[in-house]
Design a protein around this ligand. Structure first.
Ligand code: UT7
Length: 357
């Protein structure tokens, strides 16, 4: 349907300060998307705070008090990001009672893929043995999985595809400078996945809405400078440590609490729900203090927040699907419950997805 002039003028920003995305509910196409299965994988190798004490000037007490993190999982030398994604995807397919042949598309959310080209999604496609699928990487850093679920939901509700695999997987430790104590204590490796499919008419599971944002003007708060067209690798670039992530942690912290609280509130407002109707909040696992501040700001009881950052550290696009899968498998999250996913990350990106599991 073409938009009338009045529709267009309504959606045209009136001033630079009016550039915020307009909250909206998805168009009802009669199709509802459900999460048919979840899966996750954490590599065996552990990096504890005590290990880090021997590598950089830090200590267990500081890391626990400032971040809540006690350990992270690291990929073995022979493992690449798509290997982690493969196990998580197979587990999600198994829970969904499906095989790779049931998939129509693969969305691989990552900022630490196997290589720049080809997409890790295509590598995963081959490893899974999924024939005739669309496969692409989605780069929204730690918000990747939340962005991916939203894109998959749109593809399903518009009948382009029936079943979509969304994977968040990272091997970030290979992009971390273990001489930089402000970043190296935070990150770990891991993968989480979800199989999204069109629900049957008699099923109640659904994705209600997604609320995604980006603010590129704050892009310099968290960067991986080298390796792109702006700064190709040279010996000098590598010697200067520009192949590792750089972060302004304090500014990101403040922004994270504000944006995740905002997008969660937006999800409630748009769907006419109150906080009491949310059974589980699954926030991006970057720092326990950020998670607690969002919970407090948003007004949700601590026992309804899924937290595993102590054991995993920040696995970027993988944190939300790993936490989701763990809570489904240990019986906390049950069918029919309302789950709110939220994340923020480099970009800066942020988002929330409200669903009935
Ligand atoms: O997915 C998005 C990725 N990024 C994030 O989520 C990062 C969000 N930010 C954070 O999690 C926190 O800001 C950090 C954990 C990075 C830092 O915690 P903070 O409470 O904001 O500490 P700070 O930066 O204000 O630093 C306090 C002090 C400083 O010393 P001085 O200047 O007060 O003497 C730092 O040099 O702590 C020092 N410090 C450390 N000390 C021991 C910074 N890192 C460490 C460390 N061990 N690892």
């Amino acid at each position: 349907m073409t938009k009338s002039n009045s529709d267009l003028s309504e959606s045209t920003p009136k001033s630079p300060s009016d550039h915020r995305p307009r909250p909206s509910r998805p168009i009802d196409t009669g199709i509802r998307t459900k999460i048919a299965g979840t899966g996750s994988y954490l590599p065996e190798k552990l990096l504890t705070n005590v290990d880090l004490e021997k590598m950089v000037e830090t200590n267990d007490q500081w890391i626990r008090e400032r971040t809540g993190i006690e350990q992270r999982h690291l990929a073995a030398d022979h493992q690449v990001t798509s290997d982690l994604a493969l196990v998580a995807s197979q587990r999600a397919l198994e829970m969904a009672g499906m095989t790779a042949q049931d998939l129509d598309a693969i969305l691989f959310c990552t900022v630490s893929g196997d290589q720049i080209m080809p997409a890790s999604a295509c590598v995963l496609q081959t490893k899974l043995g999924a024939k005739h699928v669309m496969a692409f990487d989605l780069s929204a850093a730690c918000s990747g999985f939340v962005y991916g679920v939203s894109v998959a939901d749109s593809l399903i509700r518009t009948r382009m595809f029936k079943t979509v695999l969304v994977v968040g997987a990272e091997v970030l430790h290979r992009f971390v400078n273990y001489k930089d104590r402000e970043t190296c204590i935070l990150f770990g490796d891991g993968a989480g996945a979800a199989v999204l499919t069109a629900a049957d008419v008699n099923e109640d599971s659904r994705i209600y809405s997604a609320h995604l944002r980006a603010d590129g003007s704050l892009g310099d708060l968290f960067v991986l400078p080298a390796g792109g067209s702006a700064m190709p690798f040279t010996h000098q670039v590598l010697d200067d440590g520009l192949g590792y992530v750089r972060m302004k942690g304090r500014e990101i912290f403040k922004n994270a609490v504000r944006t995740m609280s905002d997008v969660c509130q937006e999800a409630l407002d748009i769907n006419g729900m109150s906080i009491d109707q949310i059974d589980w909040l699954i926030p991006h696992q970057a720092n326990l203090r950020i998670i607690e501040a969002v919970g407090k700001h948003f007004g949700i009881p601590a026992e309804k927040v899924v937290i595993n950052v102590q054991r995993t550290g920040n696995t970027s696009a993988a944190t939300v699907p790993i936490a989701f899968d763990e809570a489904v498998r240990d019986g906390r999250i049950r069918r029919g419950q309302h789950v709110l996913l939220t994340a923020f990350g480099a970009g800066l990106t942020s988002g929330s997805v409200l669903l009935k599991f």
